[in-house]
Design a protein around this ligand. Structure first.
Ligand SMILES: *Cc1c(COP(=O)(O)O)cnc(C)c1O
Length: 364
């Protein structure tokens, strides 16, 4: 029997397919290569990968080697695809990359050397992507490093560079000149590899316009329902819905102090619902006060969020113990919860609980 008081996490694969179609239409002419790192942002890389493959995706990105191996296993044997590993490679990861047919995204000079050494050792050409730093200063070969290897072609011996890519640091702000600077600098260095395809845009970059699409785009968060500008976007559907039942209904009186500490003092008589979900389930604690849940057709302020329970204000709305409250979904919006908690939608998704009962809707 299902746990009566369990939070339930619903992952709607049809909504995922809808968002994929929106991104494909937006980036028309470019290949849409979904980013499935961190277990597809916590949604389950196997189900997400299979469904997106069925929707036409043939290239995917993960962060870690082990994530690539798991995704390959989930797609094997009927679903051939290119799987890029954003971490690149280590001195001894070549055999594991080969075994799972993974494509490392090379992002340092030592990785260039390990890649060529691996190609030499196996006597086979190694397919790689190159990550170039165009101003985010986080990962990728610098402009000088890129020029140096492009000019000394023996340093790329045995490598087939199928893709060159970079990543935008401020794409959620369309007017930020950092975007145009990064685009110009990327076009400049990517030109050193005329035979490779080029990729710059993640979710937010896709919505900067066609100049940013190039050959391939790499959306993550917008596939999973997060707006590209860190705010709700009506074109995208919620993929994740988190609901939990009401455990108790209480009347609070002026002067009552709610929860731990004494920061939540009740100013006037009010009715609250105690809900069977907490920060363990992914409703981050910092969202109390500014955040809301959805119940009986309206937004309800989150008064406190504890480990296993949270409390919302419901006024005189009719409610019964056991009624479900939407904590995240089509009405309690992912981007609003992130804003209320001082974070980004990405972090909310990857923190969603393993404790909640998981239900997938739609074909995987
Ligand atoms: C995570 C990541 C993406 C996807 O970013 P979203 O903002 O989730 O669309 C794309 N490219 C790289 C290199 C990334 O690390």
């Amino acid at each position: 029997m299902a746990d009566v008081a369990a939070a339930r996490l619903t992952i709607d694969l049809d909504a995922l397919a809808h968002n994929h179609a929106v991104l494909r239409a937006e980036a028309i002419g470019a290949e849409v290569a979904p980013v499935l790192k961190s277990d597809a942002y916590g949604l389950g890389a196997a189900a997400v990968g299979r469904r997106l493959w069925a929707e036409g995706a043939r290239s995917f990105f993960v962060a870690r080697l082990a994530e690539g191996e798991a995704l390959r296993a989930a797609l094997t044997p009927d679903r051939p695809a290119t799987i890029y590993v954003l971490d690149g490679m280590t001195e001894d990861s070549g055999p594991r990359l080969d075994a799972a047919s993974l494509t490392p995204v090379i992002c340092t000079l030592p990785q260039v050397a390990w890649a060529t050494a691996h190609a030499t050792a196996t006597g086979r050409r190694l397919g790689v992507a190159l990550n170039l730093d165009t101003g985010m200063s986080r990962q990728g070969l610098t402009r000088d490093e890129t020029r140096a290897i492009a000019q000394a072609t023996d340093r790329l011996q045995g490598l087939d560079i199928g893709l060159v890519m970079s990543h935008l640091g401020s794409a959620s702000e369309p007017d930020n000149t950092r975007n145009t600077n990064q685009l110009a600098s990327f076009l400049n260095v990517s030109g050193l590899f005329p035979d490779a395809r080029a990729s710059l845009a993640a979710s937010a970059g896709i919505f900067l316009g066609a100049a940013y699409h190039l050959d391939l785009v790499r959306p993550g968060i917008s596939l999973y329902g997060g707006g590209p500008r860190e705010q709700p976007d009506g074109r995208l559907k919620a993929v994740v819905t988190l609901t939990a039942p009401i455990l108790d209904l209480r009347h609070l009186r002026p002067g009552d102090v709610l929860g731990y500490g004494d920061s939540v003092r009740i100013p006037a008589s009010t009715r609250v619902a105690v809900v069977a979900a907490g920060y363990t389930d992914g409703v981050i604690r910092a969202a109390k006060g500014a955040g809301y849940a959805w119940f009986a057709g309206a937004r309800r302020r989150l008064l406190i969020v504890n480990m296993d329970v949270l409390v919302i204000e419901i006024g005189d709305t009719k409610a019964t113990i056991g009624d479900p409250v939407e904590l995240l979904g089509p009405n309690a919006l992912l981007d609003d919860l992130a804003t209320a908690g001082g974070t980004v939608a990405h972090e909310i998704l990857v923190r969603l609980s393993r404790r909640a009962e998981r239900v997938y809707l739609g074909e995987a």
